[in-house]
Write a protein that binds this ligand. Structure first.
Ligand code: FAD
Length: 322
C-alpha cells in the first residue's frame, strides 16, 4: 500500500497546487507509515519531475505521452487508475484545481473509492479516516469519514503552505495502456488568456467593482496590481457590463479564489461575491460607504473614495519597495 499523487502540469511546469498536493500526500504517507509516489502525465521538464522530491515523494511515475499534453479527463482517469493499481495505492491525492475537479471524481468512481473534494485537513485516523472540508461557501465545515478501502482526496489549493526540503525522487517511465479510443474529446485549439499571474494561482489579487464607475478607470486597479505583483479580478456586474473580461469575474457564478491577500475596491460585498473570495487569507476592503457589507468580512478596511485612496496606496507600496 502506498499513496499516489496526481501532479498536473502546464507547458512542462508542475502547477503550484500540485506541489501542495504532493507535499500533502507525502505527509499522509508518513502519517500512515508508507511511501508516496507522484504521477505526471504529458511532456514535463526533467528538472520539474526531480523537484517533486523536494516535497516528499520518493518516486515519480512519468507518462511521457504527447497525446496527454492537454488534459482529457477520460484518458487521464484511465492512466491514473492504472498507476494506482500498479502502486497498490490506497489513498490517491489530487489538487482541487480545474484538472483535479474534472479527474478526481472519475478516478474515485473507477476505483470505487470514497472522495473528499476540497480537503482542508490531514486525515484524522484516530477513529476512521476523517477529512475536513468547507461547505456552504465556507460558512461551515464538514468532517467526512471515508469508509471505502481506497480513498481519494482533492486538496484545496493555498491551504497548506509549501515548505520544500531537499529530498530526491527517482523518475520512472510508466507506460499506460491507452489507445486513441480512450480519448473522448480532442482539444483543437488553446487560446491562452493574457496576464502575468493566473487568477486561481495568484498569491495577491486586486479586484474592482461597480464603484469604479467604468472601464476607463481600471488603470488604478492595474497600477496597484502591478506594484504588488498581483492578478486582477472583478465583481460580476463589472464583467456583465463588459468593463472586464468574464474570466476575471469571481464569486458564486465565477471563479473561486484563495489568495493570501485579496484587495476589494468599490465592491459592496454581496453574498454571491463573498462566496468566491471568503477563503482568502487576508481581505482588505476599500469602499466609500462605511455600511458596505464587505467590511464585515474584511481583515482591514479603508473607508474612502477609491480614486483618492488607491493611487496613494500604490505610491506607498512603490516607496516601501525602494
Ligand atoms: P455594487 O453592489 O453596485 O457596489 C458598488 C460598491 O462600490 C458600493 O458598495 C459602493 O459603496 C462602492 N463605491 C461606489 N463609489 C465608490 C468610490 N468612489 N470609492 C469606493 N467605493 C465606492 N456577484 C459577483 O461579484 N460574483 C458572482 O459570482 C455573482 N453571482 C451572482 C449569482 C446570482 C444568482 C445573483 C442573483 C447575483 C450574483 N452576483 C454576483 C451579483 C451580486 O449579488 C451583486 O449584485 C454584485 O456582487 C455587486 O457588484 P459590485 O459590488 O461591484 O456593485
Amino acid at each position: 500500500m502506498s499513496i499516489l499523487i496526481f501532479a498536473d502540469q502546464a507547458n512542462g511546469k508542475i502547477k503550484k497546487a500540485s506541489f501542495e498536493a504532493v507535499q500533502y500526500g507525502a505527509k499522509v504517507a508518513a502519517q500512515l507509515g508508507t511511501t508516496a509516489t507522484a504521477v505526471v502525465l504529458g511532456p514535463a521538464e526533467n528538472a520539474e519531475l526531480a523537484a517533486l522530491g523536494n516535497y516528499g515523494v520518493s518516486k515519480v511515475l512519468y507518462v511521457a505521452d504527447n497525446r496527454l499534453h492537454e488534459v482529457e479527463s477520460t484518458a487521464f482517469t484511465k492512466v491514473i487508475a492504472e498507476a494506482a493499481e500498479k502502486e497498490g495505492a490506497k489513498v490517491i491525492v489530487f489538487p482541487h484545481n480545474f484538472d483535479g475537479k474534472a479527474i478526481a471524481p472519475r478516478v474515485a468512481a473507477r476505483l470505487k473509492a470514497g472522495l473528499v473534494a476540497g480537503a482542508i485537513s490531514y486525515p484524522d485516523t484516530s477513529n476512521g479516516f476523517v477529512v475536513k472540508k468547507n461547505v456552504f461557501s465556507g460558512k461551515a465545515f464538514a468532517n467526512i469519514n471515508i469508509t471505502s478501502d481506497r480513498k481519494v482526496i482533492a486538496v484545496l489549493p493555498n491551504t497548506f503552505p509549501l515548505t520544500p526540503g531537499s529530498g530526491t525522487a527517482t523518475v520512472e517511465a510508466f507506460a499506460a495502456t491507452i489507445s486513441d479510443a480512450d480519448f473522448k474529446v480532442k482539444v483543437v485549439k488553446v487560446e491562452t488568456v493574457s496576464g502575468d499571474v493566473p487568477l486561481t494561482e495568484a498569491e495577491i489579487i486586486v479586484s474592482g467593482g461597480r464603484g469604479l464607475k467604468g472601464p476607463e478607470n481600471w488603470g488604478i486597479v492595474e497600477d496597484l496590481a502591478k506594484v504588488l505583483g498581483a492578478a486582477t479580478a472583478s465583481s460580476r456586474p463589472v464583467a456583465d457590463a463588459g468593463w472586464r473580461p468574464h474570466h476575471e469575474h469571481v464569486g458564486q457564478t465565477g471563479l473561486t479564489v484563495r489568495p493570501n491577500l485579496y484587495i476589494a475596491i468599490g465592491i459592496s460585498g454581496a453574498i454571491q461575491h463573498l462566496a468566491g473570495v471568503n477563503g482568502s487569507k487576508v481581505i482588505v476592503v476599500i469602499n466609500k460607504d462605511p455600511e458596505a457589507p464587505f467590511f464585515k468580512a474584511a481583515d482591514y478596511g479603508i473607508v474612502g473614495d477609491a480614486f483618492e485612496v488607491v493611487p496613494k496606496l500604490t505610491e506607498a507600496v512603490k516607496q516601501f519597495k525602494q
